[in-house]
Ligand binder design. Structure first.
Ligand SMILES: [Zn+2]
Length: 257
């Protein structure tokens, strides 16, 4: 499932590719998606990300809002030949953007643009003090809180594991027991891990591909996720895997308390 760095990678590539261009038309190939009409001649003025949502802002005050969900991908092609699993297409003078989505959970909608609709996300303006005020006293486990999209947008399983490892915090640690210094570590490592992943165009462990169909390179930077049985780079201990809220969770028992 694409997380924040993957969606940010797409947004940056889309921005370069389609900003200031006019849409020739859009076409829907899947009855599960709402029909998107009357896009001809609309100009793209911005491409933005909010959490894991992509907003393509148009010059008429509307935005095309795309959520990729499980297996959605956006693919740029110069030719109109439909890739397998295409559900939607947007045509420009110099090429096409296809929504490719084998499991068909992605959504595309047109909405009236609201300004200042900023989402809470650890990578943006979301302040640590605000998060602590709202959630600091909770009895839930830290990894579960980090992956709760109503608390922080954009962090899924892979990055939650990597952030907690680098911060030295056990994923099952109860939120209310974390010290101020530990919170600061989690926050700074979150920014660090996400920024690095964006620079590597995301993590391609299963089906993530960027706008041009290329794999990301962040899978080579993972220290714990998927590394069960391997040596911890910090203490030399063995990385292990536990189940937490039904998700495979990777950690170093020596480094994470
Ligand atoms: Zn270790």
């Amino acid at each position: 499932m694409p997380e924040l760095p993957e969606v940010e990678t797409l947004c940056r590539q889309l921005k370069k590719k389609i900003c200031d261009k006019r849409i020739l038309n859009t076409e829907t190939f899947d009855s599960k998606l709402a029909e998107i009409k009357n896009m001809r001649g609309k100009r793209v003025v911005a491409v933005k990300r909010a959490g894991k949502t992509i907003a393509i802002d148009l010059d008429d005050g509307n935005s095309i809002v795309i959520h990729l969900r499980m297996t959605g991908r956006l693919l740029w092609q110069k030719i109109s030949t439909m890739p397998k699993y295409s559900r939607w297409k947007m045509a420009f003078a110099d090429g096409y953007i296809f929504l490719v989505d084998p499991r068909r959970f992605a959504t595309v909608r047109v909405v009236r643009r609201k300004e200042n609709g900023a989402d809470r996300e650890i990578f943006g303006d979301f302040e640590l003090t605000e998060l602590l005020k709202l959630h600091g006293g909770r009895k839930t486990k830290i990894k579960t809180l980090m992956m709760d999209q109503s608390v922080v947008k954009g962090i899924g399983n892979i990055y939650a594991c990597e952030i907690l490892y680098r911060a030295g915090i056990h994923p099952e640690r109860i939120v209310a027991t974390l010290t101020a210094a530990q919170w600061r570590k989690i926050f700074s490592q979150a920014k660090n891990v996400l920024k690095k992943a964006i620079a590597k165009r995301g993590t391609s462990i299963s089906d993530w591909r960027d706008l041009y169909g290329r794999k990301g390179e962040n899978q080579h930077q993972l220290k714990v996720y998927g590394q069960e049985g391997k040596k911890c780079a910090i203490c030399g201990g063995t990385i292990c895997r536990i189940k937490l809220s039904g998700r495979g969770t990777y950690l170093c028992p020596g480094c994470q308390k």
